[in-house]
Design a protein around this ligand. Structure first.
Ligand code: 6PG
Length: 246
């Protein structure tokens, strides 16, 4: 079965334009959630792509536009490394913006990559349940996509659909990578709004396969992202979108 294009695709001239659009979505969703429910729950993406958007959030324009004490920060995935490691998604977010905006430290819930993976996954699932309820519903879930079509730390070859009841999974990655921790599709697809930001020509073939190819989330885990009661927005620069036909 050929996958239906899932979600809105917005193509931008440059990575800088993608970053600006992502920061705008963050601010807009924060305002909307806080106005509607008094708080904003967001799960951050790791890796390189979101860093420019995070830097914009620390800039004067965005920094003062978010009611940070009412924002609650979580992570979509984490590498199993100490928080001071340059590979840590938490450290990347802290350095990019969390240390530069007036958000109370208690509002930031990092995954403990320094702990034994299975125990860290159970502990984070407990934090989600205690702070957000039995099946957490994020106002905004920020994701990226790898050249192999992975998202968060849902990698090809591990069927992402196997977590019907797990909220957080320990991913014992291949030798080349540290182990990972990741939110499962159960949580990701319960979000009100999911964004997937993709940049660069190296992602073009994977983006085409994910959006236009046969539906096979075992091979392309990003295809599993389909919020059952929410929005999905893909943000891509021209280079990443160059192979798309639709
Ligand atoms: C991570 C991310 C991962 C990332 C993709 C894209 O921990 O690295 O969660 O899923 O979003 O690998 O990474 P880049 O943005 O660095 O290309």
């Amino acid at each position: 079965m050929t996958a239906r294009p899932r979600g809105e695709l917005r193509v931008f001239e440059s990575p800088q334009a993608v970053a600006a659009a992502l920061a705008d979505i963050f601010v807009a969703e924060a305002r909307s959630a806080i106005e509607a429910r008094g708080s904003f729950f967001v799960a951050l993406a790791g890796g390189r792509t979101p860093q420019a958007a995070y830097a914009l959030l620390a800039g004067a324009e965005c920094r003062d536009a978010v009611d940070w004490p009412r924002a609650f920060i979580y992570f979509g995935d984490e590498r199993c490394v100490p928080p001071e490691s340059d590979d840590s998604n938490y450290k990347m977010a802290l350095d990019s913006f969390l240390s530069k905006v007036p958000i109370p430290p208690r509002n930031v819930h990092c995954m403990h990559g320094e702990d034994e993976p299975a125990r860290a996954a159970r502990a984070y699932a407990q934090v989600l349940v205690e702070t957000m309820g039995e099946v957490p519903r994020f106002d905004l879930m920020l994701l990226g996509m790898g050249e192999d079509g992975h998202t968060a730390s849902l990698f090809p070859g591990t069927d992402p659909r196997t977590d019907e009841d797990q909220l957080v999974r320990a991913v014992l990655a291949e030798a080349r990578d540290p182990h990972r921790l990741t939110l499962t599709p159960l949580v990701i697809n319960n979000s009100r709004h999911v964004t997937i930001a993709v940049e660069g020509a190296s992602k073009a073939q994977a983006l085409r396969a994910v959006r236009e190819g046969t539906y096979d989330p075992f091979k392309y885990p990003a295809q599993i992202v389909s919020p059952h009661d929410g929005e999905l927005t893909w943000l891509a620069d021209k280079a990443a979108a160059e192979a798309l036909t639709g």
